[in-house]
Design a protein around this ligand. Structure first.
Ligand code: UD1
Ligand code: MG
Length: 456
């Protein structure tokens, strides 16, 4: 008998007050739903059904790269029980059904497995004791400790609200049992919805075993509003920081680094405060990241130093490079070993050869720079003519003087020199000096107008 997961993700997320469906709100840079699906996949269920409703196309599009998901449409959202009822026809008759909530990203695979194993001929649900159970369904038990039902916050009496044990939302039962119970649900509650939680009372009435599977408080947390989202984000970041430190990374302050995606780091990296990593980032050994940097979808080789307030996006940076402070590396930047990119330098679609330097105030876009070349302060590649982009190709050992304006398309061959302040529009041959600027004129004894007036 196989396991099939049913993930509920159709809710509008009213309490988020958002144009984005709740399950697409990011946690650690990935949609809430992605966390649940990844954990569910670890159990290797025979199928995963996802119930969608609010902006279903948008949710499906977000997971288009995950083949094999079974999408179920819940046109009108009439509660969690109604959502499960919509999915059940797609589930095999001999399957054990594992119900998961798309807004509870920390649910562990152990808890999921625990519920599947405990379901038997009845129902198993994961329960947790919370210091602040506000908003959750409370677990009701009789004098012998047997579960008798679940009451939602808004339907609960004051005495029931004082119960600390909550329903996490993870539930398992065989398909026939769940189908029978879900078909019997009635919307007689404060919201007029078909509550999945009412299957517990129904199961007890039918004499079916109901088993509570203990879950941790942290994994039970769900996202219903922005404050809860922020709280879960901090927990996720704390976990990521602990993982990095356990792998040999020094974090100057583990509470002031954010990983929104996946970060792999070698040994002895040092990450200063307020650094944000986005997408997929890989750091070699001994990489040093200064305070206030943002690094997205990039790889940084061994011993790279990034000084404060630099922004790096879509860049491949080889060992020994020095970046910043205040550098901006944009997508398509490819730095060979030991390149220096200094303050207020911007690069885009630029390959820079080993040991080359652009230390101050330059723009290198749609460009290649050869080994050991030096790009002076204020040098700019003029890559855009208003319609098309053009390339600037700079050879090895080239010296580009301060404030040079390099009008692309342009080739500057090896060992050439570009005079400071030049506007260069045509090819510069190997070892030539190109000077493209007005000649200096000195006018002897020149008097400014004010001085002339005074002299009468
Ligand atoms: C639910 C539980 C509550 C539990 C809590 C745990 C019910 C009635 N209540 O409350 O006992 O303590 O989760 O987090 O089950 N959804 C649909 N279709 C619908 C309604 C909801 O797919 O018609 C989805 C939502 O997208 C969400 C999940 O079901 O992912 C839970 O719905 P939500 O409205 O967040 O329920 P809670 O109030 O959190
Ligand atoms: Mg919820």
């Amino acid at each position: 008998m196989g396991v099939e997961a049913v993930v509920l993700a159709a809710g509008a997320g009213t309490r988020m007050h958002s144009a984005l469906p709740k399950v697409l709100h990011p946690l650690g840079g990935r949609p809430l739903l992605a966390h649940v699906l990844d954990t569910a996949r670890r159990l290797e269920p025979s199928r995963i059904h996802v119930v969608v409703g609010a902006q279903s196309e948008r949710v499906r599009a977000c997971f288009a790269d995950r083949p094999g998901l079974s999408w179920v449409m819940q046109e009108s959202r009439r509660g969690t029980g109604h959502a499960v009822g919509k999915a059940l026809p797609a589930v095999s008759d001999d399957a054990t059904v594992l119900v998961l909530f798309g807004d509870a990203p920390f649910t562990t695979s152990d808890t999921m497995t625990g519920c599947i194993e405990a379901a038997g001929t009845g129902v198993a649900l994961a329960c947790a004791d919370l210091p602040d159970p506000y908003g959750f369904g409370r677990v009701l038990r009789d004098g012998d400790g047997h579960i008798t039902g679940i009451v939602e916050e808004r339907d609960a009496t004051e005495a029931e609200k004082a119960i600390a044990e909550v329903n996490t939302g993870v539930l398992a039962a065989s398909k026939p049992v769940l189908l029978d119970l879900v078909t019997s649900l009635r919307p007689d509650n404060d919201q007029g919805e078909y509550y999945l939680t009412d299957v517990v009372t129904l199961a007890v009435a039918r004499g079916l075993p109901v088993t509570g599977v203990p879950a941790s408080a942290e994994e039970s947390l769900g996202v219903n509003d922005r404050a809860q989202l922020a709280r879960l984000e901090r927990i996720h970041q704390r976990r990521e920081a602990s993982r990095l430190m356990a792998e040999g990374v020094t974090l100057m302050d583990p509470t002031r680094v954010d990983i929104r995606g996946s970060l792999r780091a070698g040994r002895d990296c040092v990450i200063d405060i307020n650094v944000v990593f986005e997408g997929t980032v890989a750091l070699g050994d001994g990489v040093h990241i200064g305070p206030g940097c943002v690094i997205r979808d990039s790889s940084l080789g061994d011993g790279v130093r990034v000084e404060s307030m630099s922004s790096i996006d879509g860049a491949a940076i080889a060992a020994g490079c020095r970046i910043g402070p205040f550098a901006r590396l944009r997508p398509g930047t490819d730095l060979a070993e030991s390149v220096h990119i200094g303050n207020f330098v911007e690069t885009k679609k630029a390959s820079i050869g080993a040991g080359a330097k652009a230390n101050h105030l330059a723009y290198l876009g749609d460009a290649s720079v050869g080994e050991g070349s030096n790009i002076g302060a204020g040098a700019v590649t003029c890559n855009y003519d208003g319609v098309d982009k053009h390339r600037t190709e700079i050879g090895n050992g080239v010296f580009v003087g301060t404030n040079a304006t390099l009008v692309a398309p342009l080739v500057i061959e090896d060992e050439a020199y570009i005079g400071a302040g030049s506007t260069i529009t045509t090819k510069v041959r190997r070892e030539d000096l190109a000077v493209g600027r007005g000649r200096q004129r000195n006018i002897p004894g020149w008097m400014p107008p004010a001085k002339r007036k005074r002299k009468g």
